[in-house]
Design a protein around this ligand. Structure first.
Ligand code: AMP
Length: 303
């Protein structure tokens, strides 16, 4: 097991879906990632929160191998985000994004984290992602998430960081936007030319497509009758994917395929309840059982 360093948002989220509404619950990309990855491997979390983020909020990280010594607490308000989903849960409106203390955030990687062998750069400004990479020694695996906002707004910084990344984890629309290609196979090829050896494309309820070299691996999403809240599904996927890779002795094609299913398994739990609620009650036995259901879902005999 190797520790994973992650840098990203810890937030107060307000979420409305056809299943209901919650307000000011703890969320953020780094939160979902850490809760998922910590089921497989120790996590080192670097982020910032405001002085409105109290000991009660921190409790969600209790009892898990998540090192919070890189979590800065500064005067001001914590990052806030509100999303509202349509009847079609693939459609979401961002009602507001209040950066607050995140606006002046400069990632400071504690000395004890600088030897991290595995780094997950959650969706933040690519210039900050570069600052993180400048502070770690020589990671074996660097994975990155990004979004349309940075693809459009800061393409040069994004290209600089992509050149230093091994695995890019993004959704299908972002892959198209970044590459200028409609076809996802062509998009993955174009993205590989920018640096990442492997591209993992999240396709929501349609599952995940991974390319490494000329090889592809695809996994469906678990067919679920109740999807309560898709928030953080992508970050939870990344946590399961990277956490599983970190727990494995080698990164073979077979292990990468298992990691895609581990990520899909974690995401399938996350969407079943609001915010991080389901992740907080999750144990290894439930994960193993659903991993088995994924195996059944995709198994068939040769012709
Ligand atoms: P996802 O559903 O994967 O888009 O992730 C949603 C999570 O990302 C929520 O918990 C938000 O707090 C967080 N988030 C939303 N917008 C941003 C942003 N611009 N930067 C960092 N985190 C964000």
């Amino acid at each position: 097991m190797q520790p994973v360093l992650t840098v990203g948002s810890v937030a107060f989220d307000s979420i409305k879906t056809p299943a209901g509404e919650v307000s000011r619950v703890v969320g953020g990309a780094a939160t979902y990632f850490s809760l998922a990855a910590s089921l497989f491997t120790p996590v080192r979390l670097v982020a910032v929160v405001g002085d409105d983020f109290g000991p009660g909020h921190l409790r969600i990280f209790d009892g898990r191998p998540i090192d919070l010594s890189g979590l800065q607490r500064v005067a001001g308000e914590t990052f806030r985000w509100r999303g509202e989903y349509h009847h079609d849960l693939n459609q979401r409106d961002t009602i507001y994004t209040e950066l607050n203390v995140f606006d002046a955030f400069r990632p400071r990687i504690p000395a004890a984290f600088r030897d991290s062998p595995i780094v997950f750069l959650a969706n933040i400004h690519p210039a900050l992602q570069l600052e993180v990479l400048d502070q770690v020694a020589s990671p074996r695996l660097v994975a990155l998430d990004t979004m349309n906002y940075w693809i459009e707004g800061t393409p040069d910084a994004l290209r600089r960081v992509l050149a230093r990344v091994h695995v890019l984890i993004i959704n299908d629309e972002e892959a198209r936007q970044l590459s200028g290609e409609r076809n996802l196979v062509a998009a993955a090829r174009a993205i590989r030319a920018l640096g990442p050896r492997r591209v993992v494309i999240k396709r929501g309820e349609h599952g995940v497509l991974m390319t490494s070299g000329e090889r592809f691996f695809a996994a469906p999403a678990m067919p679920l009758e109740v999807v309560c809240d898709p928030t953080g599904a992508g970050d939870t996927f990344a946590g399961g994917f990277i956490g599983y890779l970190a727990s494995a002795p080698q990164m073979t094609d077979a292990v990468l395929a298992q990691a895609v299913v581990a990520g899909s398994t974690m995401a399938s739990f996350a969407v079943q309840e609001f915010g991080v609620d389901r992740l907080l009650r999750l144990d290894k036995a439930a994960v193993a059982a659903r991993f088995g259901e994924f195996r059944q879902l995709t198994q068939f005999e040769p012709l």
